[in-house]
Design a protein around this ligand. Structure first.
Ligand code: 5AD
Ligand code: SF4
Length: 481
């Protein structure tokens, strides 16, 4: 804690009228954290606002897994400074990875910053805000030991839509050479299964049909829990909950994705046919340098195993190009691995060193221009594979969980894609594909239900089709579309 020069005390105001504006930089995990932050603040009487000028509290939530957000954070704070000059009562906070890494240094560097809190401190926000309101400038960034970690459960009353995420663990014990997650998010801590189940039940009760279990390495779930339970047992328990139509999980580490887990795709009907399994590189030499703990052959054997259990499964992956020492041959091995695995989708990144990681001690010797060229080549190769994979949807009937009306209704009408008098909805197939379909205006709103759509158009990243069920079928775990 840093003692405050007596500045920046937020105006005492009616609790219900306080507003928070949150800026999120980074990955899905971080966007999810932002939702939890808003949820905790709602419990303190804050409402979220989309207008920073209206905010009593402005939070910048950052992620440094692939980005270098320090500069962005300082730039954003500088841009926001006029808000503080206009309304001295507004409090500024920084949270997430940058907060975790720089801690109280940030308070020293930015004199008008009030609060810095780490990725483990969301549950402590009420206490930290009380200190800020009392005039303290607060930095709170310790990473919690396994025993003390406080998860913030999803509040079903603030979740919207038929899909939701549920955090089952935080942190990672894997220490891949390039990855900053273990140092900013700390050691693995698993949420006890009874809490996962209670949270899942509450979400289903609130209308959630498609649930994604979230963690950095879900396959090692259960370590350190009082009652021993592993990930597959947890999956089985969640899969048995009545009312759930689709169960997913991210992210799996290939070295921890054992046969029992892969075979579950053939055994648990509610498990959606989609698996994200980051490969990172197709070269055994690079995989070893990355400390990934598997070879290309072992990885491809897992792909074959899961495809044998569930032939229609949609596989996605993460790839890094330009890891230290990556040669043209190593990169070629990555291209070959894409061809061998036939992923449906790929997320790819240029390697960039992260402070404190093992790889940061290696020379970052692949020139930026080579990294950029390899990234473009890798993406071009995957685009061809993705297009090939997408063809299988043509004329198939897909089960679609409807999320709402399409955002581009207006433009679709203008180009004649939607006939006059029709409303277009979108949803997701069990494999995670976006599916658009139109129904006559006045048809009961299918949002939140499962419908059947015959696919008549395969686009680059989405599908279009015609609804073929008379009305929404009963919810329940059906396999395949
Ligand atoms: N450089 C580039 N990509 C990275 N990722 C993680 N750390 C780095 C890094 N230092 C990518 C990996 C991981 C995904 C979440 O981000 O592919 O799977
Ligand atoms: Fe990072 Fe590796 Fe852990 Fe994934 S498994 S979060 S890449 S250290």
């Amino acid at each position: 804690m840093i003692e405050a020069p007596a500045t920046s005390i937020p105006e005492a105001c009616d609790a219900a009228s306080r507003r928070v504006y949150v800026i999120t930089y980074g990955c899905q995990m971080n966007a999810f954290d932002s939702r939890r932050i808003v949820q905790v603040l709602q419990g303190q009487g804050y409402a979220e606002t989309a207008d920073p000028a209206m905010a009593d509290l402005v939070l910048i939530n950052t992620c440094s897994v692939r980005d270098r957000p320090e500069k962005k954070v300082l730039g954003t704070l500088a841009r926001l400074l006029p808000l503080k000059e206009a309304r001295p009562g507004v409090a500024f906070g920084v949270c997430g990875c940058v907060a975790q890494q720089h801690g109280r240094d940030l308070l020293l560097r930015v004199p008008y910053l009030d609060l810095v809190f780490g990725t483990d401190k969301i549950a402590d926000l009420p206490r930290l805000l009380t200190q800020v309101e009392a005039g303290d400038r607060v930095a709170c960034t310790e990473v919690m030991p396994r025993t003390d970690y406080a998860f913030v459960d999803v509040d079903p009353s603030v979740e919207h839509g038929p899909s939701a995420f549920l955090t089952i663990m935080k942190g990672c014990d894997r220490y891949c050479a390039y990855c900053i997650v273990p140092s900013v998010r700390g050691r693995e801590v698993s949420k006890p299964p009874h809490r996962v189940l209670a949270e899942a039940r509450a979400l289903i009760q609130a209308g959630v049909r498609d649930l994604t279990l979230l963690g950095q390495n879900v396959n090692s779930y259960g370590k350190g829990l009082a009652e021993p339970v592993d990930f597959v047992s947890l999956l089985e328990q969640v899969a048995a909950l009545p009312g759930l139509s689709r169960l997913r999980f991210v992210t799996s580490h290939p070295a921890d994705a054992d046969d029992r887990m892969l075979d579950a795709f053939g055994r648990l009907p509610v498990l959606a046919e989609a698996l994200h399994l980051p490969l990172q590189s197709g070269s055994d030499r690079v995989l070893a340098a990355m400390r990934r703990g598997y070879t290309r052959e072992a990885y491809l054997a897992r792909v074959a195993r899961v495809r044998a259990a569930c032939p229609d499964i949609a596989l996605s992956t993460d790839m890094i190009v330009g890891f230290p020492g990556e040669t043209e041959d190593d990169f070629q091995a990555s291209l070959d691995a894409l061809e061998a695995a036939q992923f449906d989708a790929m997320f790819s990144f240029k390697y960039s060193p992260r402070p404190g990681t093992v790889a940061a001690g290696l020379p970052d010797d692949v020139p930026e221009s080579v990294k950029a060229a390899r990234l473009a080549r890798l993406q071009a190769a995957q685009d061809v594979i993705t297009a090939r994979r997408m063809v299988r949807y043509q004329d198939r009937v897909e089960e679609v969980l409807v999320e709402g009306t399409s955002r581009d209704q207006g433009s679709s009408e203008r180009v004649g894609r939607i006939a006059p008098g029709m409303t277009e909805y979108f949803g997701r197939s069990r494999t995670g594909m976006v599916v658009n379909f139109a129904v006559p205006r006045g048809t009961p709103d299918p949002t939140g239900t499962l419908v059947l759509v015959r696919i008549d158009e395969v686009l680059v990243h989405s599908l279009r089709g015609v609804r073929v069920d008379a009305r929404a079928p009963e919810v329940g775990g059906t396999h395949g579309g």
